[in-house]
Design a protein around this ligand. Sequence first.
Ligand code: DX5
Ligand code: ZN
Length: 236
Amino acid sequence: MMPKIEISASVLSADFACLKEAMKRCHSSGIDSIHLDIMDGHFVPNISFGPVVVRALRPLTKLPMDAHLMIENPQWYIDDFAKAGADIITVHAECFSPPSLKPQQANEFPKKTDSVDEGKLLEVIKKIKSANKKVGLAFNPPSPINITDKLLNKLNEVLIMSVNPGFSGQTFIQEVLPKIRELRKRYKGNIQVDGGINDQTASQVIKSGANMLVTASYFFNAKDPKKVVELLKISH
Ligand code: DX5
Ligand code: ZN
């Protein structure tokens, strides 16, 4: 059976001077979880916010909070985000490139990798789980999902980026659809898609096998956010 469709709101498009209001908007619209886009200016060409803001959000919502770490050394910050109140910690596969692969230039984006050092990644998965948090693994648009079933089945969710990470409000990259279809054939868990989600693209990603949709601009710019969440949930 297909897991149920859930909508996660990314606060990246919220008004940061009124995060309380942003949480109220999520609660009254049927949002299922809060997505926190953490950017360090190295893994992506933008800087957003860190654990201080996550800690400030924690008392404002009972919804699960997913910290999407778009940062170069996620292993150094697991404890900080766990203590700040994240329930799910999502790290990027590109941060676990085997040393044999040619490193990208610092200013080359998006980061990509053809394979993953599973030993190194496993250590981080263990660290997240021993903090009693759920674990997600994210893949940028150019990175194939080149991991073993053994590792895949240790994850609580896989996040497929459908824009090059760094900014909200970008256009959905159609080329990621086959990646979602292929993953669904071998993975029964949560497949989350992040970037450029609206009622049109939601239908495409759900048909391809995704069950969790992240939305920043489509949700926070909507005049009727409740309607938007309903539309996203039924758009397949
Ligand atoms: C991009 C972030 C996304 C982004 C989505 O780097 O990971 O979560 O906020 O924004 P929209 O929904 O506007 O494409
Ligand atoms: Zn994100």
